[in-house]
Write a protein that binds this ligand. Structure first.
Ligand code: PLP
Length: 404
């Protein structure tokens, strides 16, 4: 049996390059993190060889004695991590990732063409929450279910709960989804519970982005108000790539969530204080943040007042070994050249950065924006491609742009 290096040197070399890239860059993608060596070891273990369909003690395959213990241990730890009473909450730890976990919940609770309401993608929601445009049903969620996304109040950058309530009373969804990929504030769960109850809907929270903060009790607790809570395990939770579904043990709206879902399928405080420092630094440098600040692990910067967009700034920062992503901000017209960037603090907090370091990060990003503006002024055409071609050509030098 050969090591990867011997068995497949080509793949091994690419993995080594990716490792170097991860070590050498400032990782500010809000959905990413650096997991521990122990997690890597468990992920790359013999467990990958085993089929284990079914649940502990009720499998369709033999040889699951130890897998049953692993899964039971995982369930116990998941409930403990979120301080849940095992008599009131159950958890399914089998989803491969966040999107499958969400789809498994929809499969469990809904019939085809039932109505759902999630946060609109251009306003921070996730594709799996029912995104659609007037012309196209973009994801499986909007193809198989009828979706009416709710949105932010564009003047405040906070979820427009009044409008959500009004729309829900007319649209009568069967499921309301809280949670987001690019929303820097907590959700108002009591308000959403009230709206769900008024229309007889299930309330689900997709806490993928903030699950580490929920576990550390530095974000509002969705379990107090929601019927189902989904999460990924590899974002702020810092685990391996995977997903989980938590469900109330008592029936909700006449549905036994446990059997429906089974059949369908930490770094805490420091992350937030680093993020608040980053937000303050950016505001002091003159940047406009969506909602004016942050309660969690990410900030959403509206770059339009600077006269630049997220795609160009992402590119310049990428060349500078700073990874973050372009992101739509309320009022944006294009998803490919959106007006903002999303910056997250979990990964670099894992690498040991503190508040003082994030003051420097704000300065780095500011410098990147200045370089992007200068580069934009040097490009003749107005298309994004013209800009990309220019910054990749020998005419552009990052070094010179920095020292100027
Ligand atoms: N839910 C939210 C809120 C997300 O932001 C994401 C991904 O970023 C997902 C679900 C999907 O997770 P995955 O990419 O693991 O399917």
């Amino acid at each position: 049996d050969y090591s990867l290096k011997v068995a497949d040197p080509e793949l091994h070399a690419l993995i080594e390059k990716e490792k170097q890239r991860q070590f050498n860059c400032l990782e500010l993608i809000a959905s990413e993190n650096f997991t521990s060596r122990a997690v890597m070891e468990a992920s790359g273990s013999c467990l990958t060889n085993k089929y284990s369909e079914g649940l502990p003690g009720k499998r369709y395959y033999g040889g699951n004695e130890y897998i049953d213990q692993v899964e039971t241990l995982c369930q116990q730890r998941a409930l403990e991590a979120f301080h849940l009473d095992k008599h009131k909450w159950g958890v399914n730890v089998q989803p491969l990732s966040g999107s499958p976990a969400n789809f498994e919940v929809y499969t469990a609770l809904l019939s085809p063409h039932d109505r759902i309401m999630g946060l609109d993608l251009p306003h921070g929601g996730h594709l799996s929450h029912g995104f659609m445009t007037p012309k196209r049903r973009v994801s499986g969620t909007s193809i198989f279910f009828e979706s009416m996304p709710y949105r932010l109040d564009e003047s405040t950058g906070f979820v427009d709960y009044d409008m959500l309530e009004k729309t829900a009373l007319l649209f009568r969804p069967k499921l309301i989804i809280a949670g987001a990929s690019a929303y820097p504030r907590d959700f108002d769960y009591p308000r959403m519970r009230k709206i769900a109850d008024a229309v007889g809907a299930f309330l689900m929270m997709d806490m993928a982005h903030i699950s580490g903060l929920v576990a550390a009790e530095v974000a509002a607790d969705p379990f107090e108000y929601c019927d189902v809570v989904t999460t990924t395990t590899h974002k702020s939770l810092r685990g391996p790539r995977g997903g989980m579904i938590f469900y109330k043990k008592d029936p909700v709206l006449g549905v036994d969530l446990e059997s429906a879902i089974s059949n369908a399928v930490f770094p805490g405080l420091q992350v937030i204080s680093n993020c608040k420092t980053l937000a303050t630094g950016l505001v002091e440098l003159g940047y406009k943040l969506v909602s004016g600040g942050t309660d969690n692990h990410l900030v959403l910067v509206d770059l339009r007042p600077q006269g630049i967009d997220g795609a160009r700034v992402e590119k310049i920062l990428d060349i500078s070994s700073i990874t973050l992503n372009k992101n739509s901000v309320p009022g944006d017209k294009s998803a490919l050249v959106p007006g903002g960037i999303r910056i997250g603090t979990p990964a670099m907090t894992t690498r040991g950065l503190k508040e003082k370091d994030f003051e420097a990060v704000a300065d780095f990003i500011h410098e990147g924006v200045q370089i992007a503006l200068k580069a934009k002024a040097c490009v003749k055409g107005t298309k994004l491609k013209d800009f990309m071609d220019y910054v990749e050509s020998p005419d552009f030098s990052l070094k010179e742009s920095v020292s100027e």
